[in-house]
Ligand binder design. Structure first.
Ligand code: SF4
Length: 459
C-alpha cells in the first residue's frame, strides 16, 4: 500500500504531545528496581516532579526522586556544590545501598562534569562508608525514556559487576526492558520453573507494585540486590530482550559478554507466540531442560484461542504506537492473529524501527505498513486521517486522538494513567499474548455491539 516508510518531517514547528517520555524517567525507574537504591536527578526540581508524576500515575505507588535543585546561579556556575549537598542529604536521610545520579537537560547543556563531582565527593569521604554512586548520562534532547532505561542498566553493570571468579551454571542475567510489573513477575516465574537462578535487572515488580503499607517506607522492599549485580560476570548466560536494543553498539549484555565472556542471547520482547517461542528455546538451551508442561499447555490454549477468535480479528487494520521495541513486539503478535498494523509509530529515533519490522514481519504484511519514527501525537493524528482503522493499540498518551477519531484504544505499554491496573497489564509470554488477544477481540466485539443498529447479545 504505502512505500513511504521513512521518518516524515513534522508539519508543525514544535513537538506536541510527544510519543515518548524523558530520558531520566527511564533511568529513575531502573534505579527504583534496585534494592535499597535512590535516584537523584542532577538538575532542576521540575524534572523530578514531572517524572514522579508520570511514574506515580502509572504505578499508583509513592516514589521519591531526589533533586540537586538547580537555580539560576547553578545554571550559570555549575552544579558541583549542589550535587555534593544532595548526595550528603540522601545518605543521611535514606542510608541507601546505591545512589543513581541521572542528568537532566539543563545539567547536560551546561556541561557539568558529573563524574568528576562524584570522584571529588568520594575522595572527601574516603574514610567514611559510602554507598556506590552510579552516574547515568541522560540528556533528554537526544533520547527517550527507553534510552535512559537501557543506559542505566549499562552504567550500573559497568560500575558494580565485579571480576569474574567462576562460571555459575544455571545462573542467568536478564535485561528484559521496560515491561509491566506483571510481566516481570511472570518472567521470574518462568525462570524459576526452569530451575534457573536469575538476576533480573531492573526488578521493580515489588518496589513499584507492592502491598499496602502499615507504615511509610522511605525505600520500598524488593528489587535486584547489589550482590546479584556484582555477581553478573559469573553468570552462565545473559538474556537481553529487545530487537532495537540488540542492535545498539553498547548494552549491559554486550558489556558482560565482552568483559567477562558471558554468552549473550539476544531476543525480541517476547510478545506473541513467535517471539515467546524464541525465549523458551533459549531457556531450554541454557538449562538443558524441556519447557515445563505448564507452558506447553499455556501455548496450546493460546493457539486454540487464536482459532476461536480468528473470525473476529482477522483482516482488521490497527494503528500501533509506543516505544520502538514494544511496537516491534506488538506488531509481530498482531501479524500472528491476522491484524495488519497499518501504522507503526514511535517517538524513538533509533533509525532501525523499519528494518527491524521488516525482519520480523511477513513481506505481504510489511508492505501494507507505514513505519514512522520521531513522532508526536499531532503527527500521528494527521497520519491516520486518511486511514481506515478499527483499532488503536498503545499507551494513554494517545487517548485524545482515539477519542476524536471514535476508534477504540487497547491500552498497552507505558504510561497508562487513565485506567486502574496499567502496571499489571500482562504483555509477555503465552499468558501475556492470551491477555492481549482477549482484550483486542472483546474490544472489537464491544465496538460492534455499540455501533450496531439492531443490537445483539450472542456472538
Ligand atoms: S527538562 Fe529535560 S530532563 Fe527535565 S523533565 Fe524536561 S525533558 Fe526531562
Amino acid at each position: 500500500m504505502n512505500t513511504a516508510r521513512k521518518k516524515i518531517s513534522k508539519n508543525h514547528t514544535s513537538t506536541q504531545n510527544p510519543c515518548k517520555l524523558c530520558s531520566p524517567l527511564g533511568a529513575s525507574l531502573v534505579i527504583r528496581g534496585i534494592s535499597g537504591a535512590v535516584p537523584l536527578l542532577h538538575g532542576s526540581q521540575g524534572c523530578s516532579t514531572y517524572i514522579r508524576r508520570y511514574l506515580i500515575s502509572h504505578f499508583k505507588e509513592p516514589i521519591d526522586i531526589a533533586s540537586s535543585n538547580f537555580g539560576e546561579d547553578t545554571a550559570i556556575f555549575g552544579g558541583g556544590a549542589n550535587i555534593k549537598i544532595a548526595l550528603e542529604n540522601i545518605i543521611a536521610q535514606y542510608q541507601p545501598e546505591m545512589i543513581g545520579v541521572a542528568t537532566t537537560c539543563l545539567s547536560e547543556t551546561i556541561g557539568d562534569d558529573v563524574n568528576m563531582f562524584i570522584y571529588e565527593f568520594l575522595k572527601q569521604r574516603k574514610e567514611i562508608p559510602t554507598p556506590p554512586i552510579v552516574h547515568i548520562s541522560t540528556p533528554s534532547y537526544s533520547g527517550t525514556h527507553i534510552t535512559g532505561f537501557h543506559r542505566a542498566n549499562l552504567e550500573i553493570v559497568k560500575t558494580l559487576a565485579a571480576e569474574k571468579t567462576t562460571t555459575r551454571k544455571d545462573h542467568i542475567n536478564v535485561f528484559a526492558g521496560m515491561l509491566s510489573t506483571a510481566d516481570l513477575r511472570y518472567l521470574k516465574e518462568i525462570f524459576t520453573d526452569f530451575d534457573l537462578k536469575h538476576m533480573l535487572l531492573p526488578d521493580y515488580s515489588q518496589t513499584m507494585d507492592g502491598t499496602l503499607w502499615q507504615q511509610y517506607q522511605k525505600i520500598p522492599a524488593g528489587g535486584t540486590t547489589i550482590d546479584q549485580i556484582k555477581d553478573a560476570g559469573n553468570a552462565s548466560a545473559s538474556l537481553q530482550m529487545g530487537r532495537i536494543l540488540n542492535s545498539e553498539s553498547e548494552s549491559a549484555a554486550k558489556y558482560l559478554n565482552e568483559t567477562f565472556d558471558v554468552p549473550s542471547y539476544e531476543l525480541g520482547l517476547p510478545i506473541g507466540i513467535k517471539e515467546t517461542d524464541r525465549l523458551f528455546e533459549a531457556l531450554e538451551e541454557i538449562s538443558g531442560k524441556p519447557t515445563p508442561q505448564k507452558y506447553v499447555e499455556e501455548r496450546g490454549r493460546l493457539v486454540d484461542a487464536y482459532v476461536d477468535g480468528h473470525k473476529y480479528v482477522n483482516g482488521l487494520k490497527a494503528a500501533l504506537y509506543g516505544e520502538e521495541d514494544l511496537v516491534a513486539g506488538l506488531a509481530s503478535f498482531l501479524s500472528e492473529i491476522g491484524i495488519v498494523p497499518v501504522l507503526c509509530a514511535s517517538g524513538g529515533e533509533s533509525g532501525r524501527l523499519e528494518s527491524t519490522l521488516n525482519e520480523i514481519m511477513d513481506k505481504n504484511i510489511s508492505e501494507k505498513m507505514k513505519i514512522l519514527e520521531g513522532m508526536d501525537f499531532k503527527n500521528i493524528e494527521a497520519e491516520v486521517e486518511s486511514m481506515s482503522l478499527e483499532l488503536f493499540i498503545g499507551n494513554s498518551k494517545g487517548y485524545s486522538v482515539t477519542r476524536r477519531k471514535e476508534i477504540p484504544l487497547v491500552r498497552a505499554g507505558f504510561p497508562i494513567h487513565d485506567r486502574i491496573g496499567g502496571q499489571r497489564i500482562l504483555h509477555v509470554g503465552y499468558r501475556g499474548a492470551q491477555n492481549l488477544f482477549d482484550q483486542i477481540a472483546n474490544t472489537i466485539l464491544d465496538q460492534r455491539q455499540k455501533t450496531s443498529d439492531i443490537g445483539y447479545s450472542y456472538m
